[in-house]
Design a protein around this ligand. Structure first.
Ligand code: HEC
Length: 351
Protein backbone atom coordinates (compact mmCIF):
# COMPACT_ATOMS: atom_id res chain seq x y z
CA UNK A 1 0.00 0.00 0.00
CA UNK A 2 1.10 3.50 -0.67
CA UNK A 3 1.93 5.58 2.42
CA UNK A 4 -0.82 8.07 1.58
CA UNK A 5 -3.44 5.34 1.51
CA UNK A 6 -2.19 3.91 4.84
CA UNK A 7 -2.46 7.33 6.43
CA UNK A 8 -5.99 7.81 5.11
CA UNK A 9 -7.15 4.47 6.46
CA UNK A 10 -5.49 5.06 9.81
CA UNK A 11 -7.11 8.50 10.10
CA UNK A 12 -10.52 7.13 9.22
CA UNK A 13 -10.21 4.33 11.76
CA UNK A 14 -9.15 6.83 14.45
CA UNK A 15 -12.04 9.16 13.62
CA UNK A 16 -14.58 6.34 13.72
CA UNK A 17 -13.11 5.07 17.00
CA UNK A 18 -13.27 8.59 18.40
CA UNK A 19 -16.90 9.06 17.36
CA UNK A 20 -17.69 5.59 18.69
CA UNK A 21 -16.18 6.59 22.03
CA UNK A 22 -18.25 9.81 22.16
CA UNK A 23 -21.50 8.01 21.30
CA UNK A 24 -20.92 4.89 23.38
CA UNK A 25 -21.35 6.60 26.72
CA UNK A 26 -18.26 4.82 28.06
CA UNK A 27 -16.74 8.08 29.29
CA UNK A 28 -17.83 9.00 32.82
CA UNK A 29 -18.50 12.75 32.82
CA UNK A 30 -19.36 12.81 36.54
CA UNK A 31 -17.46 15.42 38.55
CA UNK A 32 -16.80 12.78 41.18
CA UNK A 33 -14.77 10.68 38.76
CA UNK A 34 -11.18 11.91 38.54
CA UNK A 35 -9.21 12.36 35.33
CA UNK A 36 -6.44 9.86 34.66
CA UNK A 37 -2.97 11.38 35.09
CA UNK A 38 -2.14 12.10 31.42
CA UNK A 39 -5.51 13.80 30.88
CA UNK A 40 -5.04 15.86 34.02
CA UNK A 41 -1.59 16.87 32.88
CA UNK A 42 -2.87 17.79 29.41
CA UNK A 43 -5.72 19.93 30.80
CA UNK A 44 -3.50 21.69 33.30
CA UNK A 45 -0.87 22.42 30.68
CA UNK A 46 -3.53 23.65 28.27
CA UNK A 47 -4.94 25.96 30.97
CA UNK A 48 -1.63 27.38 32.14
CA UNK A 49 -0.17 27.90 28.65
CA UNK A 50 -3.38 29.51 27.46
CA UNK A 51 -3.55 31.90 30.40
CA UNK A 52 0.15 32.75 30.28
CA UNK A 53 -0.11 33.58 26.59
CA UNK A 54 -3.00 35.98 27.25
CA UNK A 55 -2.04 37.51 30.60
CA UNK A 56 1.51 38.40 29.63
CA UNK A 57 0.73 41.88 28.32
CA UNK A 58 -1.64 42.95 31.08
CA UNK A 59 -0.38 46.00 32.92
CA UNK A 60 -0.88 45.71 36.67
CA UNK A 61 -2.02 48.94 38.39
CA UNK A 62 -0.97 49.82 41.97
CA UNK A 63 -2.80 47.42 44.29
CA UNK A 64 -2.05 48.92 47.70
CA UNK A 65 -4.98 51.36 48.02
CA UNK A 66 -6.91 50.34 51.18
CA UNK A 67 -10.17 51.30 49.48
CA UNK A 68 -9.50 48.64 46.84
CA UNK A 69 -9.09 46.07 49.60
CA UNK A 70 -12.45 46.99 51.09
CA UNK A 71 -14.27 46.91 47.77
CA UNK A 72 -12.52 43.74 46.64
CA UNK A 73 -12.98 42.09 50.02
CA UNK A 74 -16.71 42.66 50.08
CA UNK A 75 -17.03 41.39 46.49
CA UNK A 76 -14.93 38.34 47.27
CA UNK A 77 -17.07 37.48 50.27
CA UNK A 78 -20.27 37.85 48.24
CA UNK A 79 -19.25 36.08 45.06
CA UNK A 80 -16.20 33.90 45.57
CA UNK A 81 -15.85 32.62 49.14
CA UNK A 82 -18.49 29.92 48.57
CA UNK A 83 -16.09 28.15 46.23
CA UNK A 84 -12.68 29.56 47.19
CA UNK A 85 -13.19 29.59 50.97
CA UNK A 86 -11.96 32.00 53.62
CA UNK A 87 -9.57 31.96 56.58
CA UNK A 88 -10.56 29.27 59.06
CA UNK A 89 -12.74 27.39 56.58
CA UNK A 90 -11.39 24.20 55.05
CA UNK A 91 -14.20 23.20 52.76
CA UNK A 92 -17.72 24.10 51.65
CA UNK A 93 -20.47 22.21 49.86
CA UNK A 94 -19.42 23.88 46.61
CA UNK A 95 -15.69 23.49 47.02
CA UNK A 96 -15.86 19.84 47.97
CA UNK A 97 -17.96 18.71 45.03
CA UNK A 98 -16.52 20.70 42.15
CA UNK A 99 -14.06 19.10 39.77
CA UNK A 100 -11.58 20.55 39.11
CA UNK A 101 -11.63 21.69 42.74
CA UNK A 102 -11.53 25.44 43.28
CA UNK A 103 -8.20 26.22 44.94
CA UNK A 104 -8.46 27.53 48.50
CA UNK A 105 -7.41 31.12 47.86
CA UNK A 106 -7.09 31.91 51.56
CA UNK A 107 -3.96 29.77 51.61
CA UNK A 108 -0.91 30.93 49.73
CA UNK A 109 0.07 29.41 46.40
CA UNK A 110 1.44 26.41 48.36
CA UNK A 111 -2.09 25.64 49.43
CA UNK A 112 -3.45 25.17 45.94
CA UNK A 113 -3.77 21.46 45.63
CA UNK A 114 -2.60 20.25 42.27
CA UNK A 115 -1.30 23.62 41.14
CA UNK A 116 2.42 23.94 40.99
CA UNK A 117 3.53 27.13 42.71
CA UNK A 118 5.80 29.38 40.75
CA UNK A 119 3.26 31.64 39.12
CA UNK A 120 6.23 33.94 39.41
CA UNK A 121 6.42 37.35 41.00
CA UNK A 122 3.55 39.41 42.35
CA UNK A 123 3.00 41.12 38.99
CA UNK A 124 2.71 37.88 37.06
CA UNK A 125 0.43 36.39 39.66
CA UNK A 126 -1.78 39.52 39.73
CA UNK A 127 -2.04 39.65 35.93
CA UNK A 128 -2.89 35.93 35.87
CA UNK A 129 -5.59 36.34 38.50
CA UNK A 130 -7.03 39.36 36.70
CA UNK A 131 -7.27 37.43 33.44
CA UNK A 132 -8.88 34.42 35.13
CA UNK A 133 -11.47 36.50 37.00
CA UNK A 134 -12.33 38.52 33.90
CA UNK A 135 -12.54 35.62 31.44
CA UNK A 136 -13.18 32.57 33.60
CA UNK A 137 -12.01 29.04 32.80
CA UNK A 138 -14.05 26.89 30.44
CA UNK A 139 -15.82 23.81 31.79
CA UNK A 140 -14.55 24.26 35.33
CA UNK A 141 -17.11 26.19 37.37
CA UNK A 142 -14.92 29.30 37.26
CA UNK A 143 -17.19 31.91 35.70
CA UNK A 144 -16.14 34.97 33.70
CA UNK A 145 -16.85 38.08 35.77
CA UNK A 146 -15.87 40.44 32.96
CA UNK A 147 -19.37 40.71 31.50
CA UNK A 148 -20.76 41.95 34.83
CA UNK A 149 -17.84 43.81 36.46
CA UNK A 150 -15.61 46.57 35.11
CA UNK A 151 -11.83 46.33 35.27
CA UNK A 152 -11.57 48.50 38.39
CA UNK A 153 -13.83 46.13 40.33
CA UNK A 154 -11.81 43.15 39.13
CA UNK A 155 -8.48 44.76 40.07
CA UNK A 156 -9.92 45.44 43.52
CA UNK A 157 -10.60 41.71 43.87
CA UNK A 158 -7.04 40.98 42.74
CA UNK A 159 -5.73 43.43 45.36
CA UNK A 160 -7.74 41.57 47.97
CA UNK A 161 -6.56 38.15 46.76
CA UNK A 162 -2.95 39.25 47.22
CA UNK A 163 -3.67 40.07 50.86
CA UNK A 164 -6.04 37.19 51.58
CA UNK A 165 -3.47 34.51 52.55
CA UNK A 166 -2.15 36.77 55.34
CA UNK A 167 -5.54 37.40 56.99
CA UNK A 168 -6.85 35.67 60.09
CA UNK A 169 -10.61 35.10 60.43
CA UNK A 170 -11.15 38.39 62.35
CA UNK A 171 -9.26 40.50 59.86
CA UNK A 172 -11.12 38.78 57.05
CA UNK A 173 -14.42 39.73 58.62
CA UNK A 174 -13.42 43.37 58.92
CA UNK A 175 -12.07 43.67 55.41
CA UNK A 176 -15.08 42.04 53.83
CA UNK A 177 -17.77 43.89 55.79
CA UNK A 178 -19.80 46.25 53.69
CA UNK A 179 -20.55 49.56 55.32
CA UNK A 180 -24.18 50.03 56.26
CA UNK A 181 -26.22 51.36 53.36
CA UNK A 182 -23.61 50.30 50.84
CA UNK A 183 -25.05 48.06 48.20
CA UNK A 184 -23.79 44.80 46.77
CA UNK A 185 -22.52 46.68 43.77
CA UNK A 186 -24.56 45.19 40.96
CA UNK A 187 -25.36 47.68 38.23
CA UNK A 188 -28.66 49.43 38.54
CA UNK A 189 -30.35 52.47 37.12
CA UNK A 190 -31.83 55.41 38.96
CA UNK A 191 -30.78 56.07 42.55
CA UNK A 192 -33.53 56.29 45.10
CA UNK A 193 -33.73 60.00 45.98
CA UNK A 194 -33.17 59.15 49.62
CA UNK A 195 -29.93 57.33 48.86
CA UNK A 196 -28.65 60.24 46.82
CA UNK A 197 -29.43 62.63 49.63
CA UNK A 198 -27.62 60.44 52.11
CA UNK A 199 -24.67 60.20 49.82
CA UNK A 200 -24.52 63.96 49.40
CA UNK A 201 -24.72 64.54 53.12
CA UNK A 202 -21.95 62.05 53.86
CA UNK A 203 -18.53 63.63 54.32
CA UNK A 204 -17.17 62.05 51.17
CA UNK A 205 -18.79 60.71 48.06
CA UNK A 206 -19.30 57.02 48.45
CA UNK A 207 -19.49 56.36 44.76
CA UNK A 208 -16.02 57.77 44.19
CA UNK A 209 -14.58 55.71 46.96
CA UNK A 210 -16.11 52.52 45.71
CA UNK A 211 -15.44 52.68 42.01
CA UNK A 212 -18.88 53.73 40.98
CA UNK A 213 -20.82 51.59 43.38
CA UNK A 214 -24.07 53.12 44.42
CA UNK A 215 -26.15 52.65 47.49
CA UNK A 216 -29.59 51.17 47.57
CA UNK A 217 -29.60 48.07 49.69
CA UNK A 218 -29.54 47.52 53.42
CA UNK A 219 -26.37 46.31 55.06
CA UNK A 220 -25.39 42.77 54.23
CA UNK A 221 -23.33 42.30 57.37
CA UNK A 222 -23.78 43.06 61.00
CA UNK A 223 -20.44 44.81 61.37
CA UNK A 224 -21.87 48.31 61.54
CA UNK A 225 -25.36 47.54 62.71
CA UNK A 226 -24.79 47.78 66.46
CA UNK A 227 -22.39 49.89 68.55
CA UNK A 228 -20.81 46.70 70.00
CA UNK A 229 -20.20 45.32 66.50
CA UNK A 230 -18.60 48.61 65.46
CA UNK A 231 -16.31 48.43 68.52
CA UNK A 232 -15.36 44.83 67.70
CA UNK A 233 -14.61 45.88 64.14
CA UNK A 234 -12.53 48.80 65.41
CA UNK A 235 -10.52 46.50 67.70
CA UNK A 236 -9.89 44.00 64.93
CA UNK A 237 -8.84 46.84 62.62
CA UNK A 238 -6.34 48.02 65.26
CA UNK A 239 -4.96 44.51 65.46
CA UNK A 240 -4.68 44.23 61.68
CA UNK A 241 -2.21 47.11 61.69
CA UNK A 242 -3.98 48.84 58.80
CA UNK A 243 -4.37 52.54 59.65
CA UNK A 244 -6.87 53.17 56.85
CA UNK A 245 -9.14 50.48 58.25
CA UNK A 246 -8.92 51.90 61.76
CA UNK A 247 -9.78 55.40 60.55
CA UNK A 248 -12.94 54.06 58.97
CA UNK A 249 -14.44 53.58 62.44
CA UNK A 250 -13.42 56.94 63.89
CA UNK A 251 -15.46 60.10 63.36
CA UNK A 252 -13.25 62.94 62.06
CA UNK A 253 -13.86 64.90 65.26
CA UNK A 254 -13.09 62.00 67.60
CA UNK A 255 -11.67 62.96 71.01
CA UNK A 256 -9.30 60.40 72.51
CA UNK A 257 -8.13 60.40 76.15
CA UNK A 258 -5.25 58.09 76.81
CA UNK A 259 -3.21 58.05 80.00
CA UNK A 260 -4.00 61.67 80.81
CA UNK A 261 -3.21 62.97 77.31
CA UNK A 262 -5.78 64.15 74.77
CA UNK A 263 -5.87 63.79 71.01
CA UNK A 264 -8.55 65.99 69.48
CA UNK A 265 -9.22 64.60 66.00
CA UNK A 266 -8.86 61.52 63.87
CA UNK A 267 -6.02 63.13 61.94
CA UNK A 268 -4.19 64.06 65.12
CA UNK A 269 -4.51 60.52 66.46
CA UNK A 270 -3.43 59.06 63.12
CA UNK A 271 -0.34 61.27 63.13
CA UNK A 272 0.63 60.52 66.73
CA UNK A 273 -0.33 57.50 68.82
CA UNK A 274 -2.14 55.31 66.32
CA UNK A 275 1.00 53.66 64.94
CA UNK A 276 2.34 52.72 68.38
CA UNK A 277 -1.09 51.56 69.59
CA UNK A 278 -1.48 49.29 66.57
CA UNK A 279 2.02 47.88 66.93
CA UNK A 280 1.33 47.11 70.59
CA UNK A 281 -2.05 45.48 69.95
CA UNK A 282 -0.73 43.45 67.07
CA UNK A 283 1.57 41.61 69.47
CA UNK A 284 -0.94 41.38 72.32
CA UNK A 285 -3.72 39.11 73.34
CA UNK A 286 -6.87 40.97 74.37
CA UNK A 287 -9.39 39.17 76.51
CA UNK A 288 -12.68 40.97 77.08
CA UNK A 289 -13.79 40.46 80.69
CA UNK A 290 -16.88 42.63 80.83
CA UNK A 291 -18.78 44.77 78.37
CA UNK A 292 -21.92 46.84 78.68
CA UNK A 293 -23.67 49.33 76.47
CA UNK A 294 -26.65 51.60 76.22
CA UNK A 295 -27.95 54.73 74.57
CA UNK A 296 -30.49 55.68 71.95
CA UNK A 297 -30.93 55.12 68.22
CA UNK A 298 -28.41 57.82 67.35
CA UNK A 299 -25.95 57.91 70.24
CA UNK A 300 -24.54 55.06 72.27
CA UNK A 301 -21.91 54.15 74.83
CA UNK A 302 -19.94 50.94 75.14
CA UNK A 303 -17.76 50.25 78.16
CA UNK A 304 -15.26 47.43 78.12
CA UNK A 305 -12.99 45.92 80.73
CA UNK A 306 -10.30 43.68 79.38
CA UNK A 307 -7.04 42.00 80.14
CA UNK A 308 -4.20 42.65 77.73
CA UNK A 309 -1.14 40.48 77.69
CA UNK A 310 1.74 41.39 75.43
CA UNK A 311 5.06 43.08 75.18
CA UNK A 312 6.11 46.66 75.77
CA UNK A 313 8.03 48.49 73.06
CA UNK A 314 11.19 47.62 75.02
CA UNK A 315 10.39 43.91 74.87
CA UNK A 316 9.26 43.57 78.48
CA UNK A 317 6.29 41.28 78.94
CA UNK A 318 3.23 43.04 80.33
CA UNK A 319 -0.08 42.02 81.78
CA UNK A 320 -2.59 44.87 82.02
CA UNK A 321 -6.10 45.46 83.24
CA UNK A 322 -7.57 47.93 80.78
CA UNK A 323 -10.75 49.97 80.83
CA UNK A 324 -12.31 51.65 77.85
CA UNK A 325 -15.24 54.01 77.49
CA UNK A 326 -16.45 54.61 73.95
CA UNK A 327 -19.13 57.02 72.75
CA UNK A 328 -20.56 56.42 69.31
CA UNK A 329 -22.95 58.21 67.01
CA UNK A 330 -24.94 56.82 64.15
CA UNK A 331 -24.03 58.25 60.75
CA UNK A 332 -25.32 57.51 57.26
CA UNK A 333 -22.53 54.93 57.03
CA UNK A 334 -23.19 53.23 60.36
CA UNK A 335 -21.89 53.65 63.90
CA UNK A 336 -18.75 55.77 64.30
CA UNK A 337 -16.66 56.47 67.39
CA UNK A 338 -16.71 60.08 68.64
CA UNK A 339 -14.95 59.59 71.97
CA UNK A 340 -12.60 57.04 73.50
CA UNK A 341 -11.15 57.00 76.99
CA UNK A 342 -8.53 54.42 77.80
CA UNK A 343 -6.71 53.72 81.02
CA UNK A 344 -4.86 50.76 82.39
CA UNK A 345 -2.93 49.41 85.34
CA UNK A 346 -1.11 46.17 86.09
CA UNK A 347 -3.48 43.25 86.07
CA UNK A 348 -4.20 41.93 89.57
CA UNK A 349 -5.86 38.56 89.61
CA UNK A 350 -8.83 38.46 92.01
CA UNK A 351 -7.94 36.29 95.02
C1 HEC B 1 -18.75 27.96 41.39
C2 HEC B 1 -17.48 28.00 42.01
C3 HEC B 1 -16.57 29.19 41.78
C4 HEC B 1 -16.85 30.51 42.06
C5 HEC B 1 -18.15 31.12 42.59
C6 HEC B 1 -15.65 31.25 41.75
N1 HEC B 1 -14.68 30.40 41.30
FE1 HEC B 1 -12.74 30.88 40.89
N2 HEC B 1 -12.36 28.96 40.34
C7 HEC B 1 -13.26 27.91 40.43
C8 HEC B 1 -12.61 26.70 39.96
C9 HEC B 1 -13.25 25.32 39.87
C10 HEC B 1 -11.28 27.05 39.62
C11 HEC B 1 -10.20 26.11 39.08
C12 HEC B 1 -10.31 25.97 37.60
C13 HEC B 1 -9.25 25.06 37.05
O1 HEC B 1 -8.37 24.65 37.79
O2 HEC B 1 -9.31 24.79 35.85
C14 HEC B 1 -11.17 28.46 39.88
C15 HEC B 1 -10.00 29.19 39.68
C16 HEC B 1 -9.82 30.49 40.09
C17 HEC B 1 -8.55 31.19 40.09
C18 HEC B 1 -7.21 30.61 39.66
C19 HEC B 1 -6.54 30.05 40.89
C20 HEC B 1 -5.16 29.51 40.63
O3 HEC B 1 -4.21 30.04 41.23
O4 HEC B 1 -5.03 28.58 39.84
C21 HEC B 1 -8.78 32.45 40.57
C22 HEC B 1 -7.76 33.55 40.78
C23 HEC B 1 -10.20 32.54 40.87
N3 HEC B 1 -10.79 31.35 40.57
C24 HEC B 1 -10.80 33.66 41.39
C25 HEC B 1 -12.17 33.75 41.65
C26 HEC B 1 -12.81 34.96 42.12
C27 HEC B 1 -12.11 36.27 42.42
C28 HEC B 1 -14.13 34.68 42.23
C29 HEC B 1 -15.26 35.61 42.63
C30 HEC B 1 -15.41 36.81 41.86
C31 HEC B 1 -14.31 33.28 41.87
N4 HEC B 1 -13.09 32.77 41.51
C32 HEC B 1 -15.53 32.62 41.91
C33 HEC B 1 -14.55 27.97 40.89
C34 HEC B 1 -15.21 29.13 41.30
Amino acid sequence: MKPLKTTLIATTVAAVAGLGFLYSGVYNIGADDQHIKPVYWALETLRERSIAARAGDIEVPPLDDPQMLLTGGADYNDMCAGCHLKPGKKSSEMSAGLYPQPPNLSLGIEGHAGHEGGHGDVNTSAARQFWIIKHGIKASGMAAFGPTHDDARIWAMVAFLQKLPTLDPDQYQILTARAEGEMQGMDHEGDAPEATAREASAGHSNSDAHHGMTMDQPATTAATSTPEAAMAAFQAAMKSGDAALVKRWLAPEVLIYEGGAAERSRDEYAAHHLGADMAFLKKSRVEILKQSSGGSDDAAWVTTESRIRGESSKGKSIDLASTETALLKRTAEGWRIVHLHWSSQDFKPKL
